[in-house]
Design a protein around this ligand. Structure first.
Ligand SMILES: [Zn+2]
Length: 118
């Protein structure tokens, strides 16, 4: 499965590396080294590659959970609401959508209800 990352996070990480390991520390002529200059050039090339790479149209995954719909009895006891014919009622914790049983995705808001890593 393809994985997607935020371009800005990569820009920031590469900028941080290039700043942390400059090929020359300003004001200190003895810090120049061809290897470090090549390193900074590589950082610039990497930034250009990412900057000009076509972006995929993706959305962040919204994770949710099915919560059992509870009902308070006259006695004060909490019970899981059940449909007489079809089973227990669950509520999406992201949008409040109610359904009988559970699915891997909320049919109303699309939240991913699977455990992370499933
Ligand atoms: Zn939902």
């Amino acid at each position: 499965m393809a994985e997607y990352i935020d371009k800005q996070e990569i820009f920031d990480a590469i900028d941080l590396l290039a700043t942390k390991f400059p090929y020359k520390v300003p004001g200190r002529p003895d810090t120049y080294h061809p290897y470090n200059e090549a390193w900074c050039d590589a950082c610039s090339h990497a930034l250009d590659l990412i900057r000009h790479h076509t972006s995929a149209d993706v959305r962040p995954v919204v994770r949710g959970q099915w919560e059992p719909k509870m009902h308070t009895m006259i006695s004060g006891e909490l019970t899981h609401v059940k449909d007489e014919w079809y089973g227990e009622v669950y509520v999406c914790d992201q949008c409040g959508f109610e359904m009988i049983g559970t699915e891997n995705f909320c049919p109303n808001c699309g939240a991913d209800m699977k455990e992370e890593g499933e």
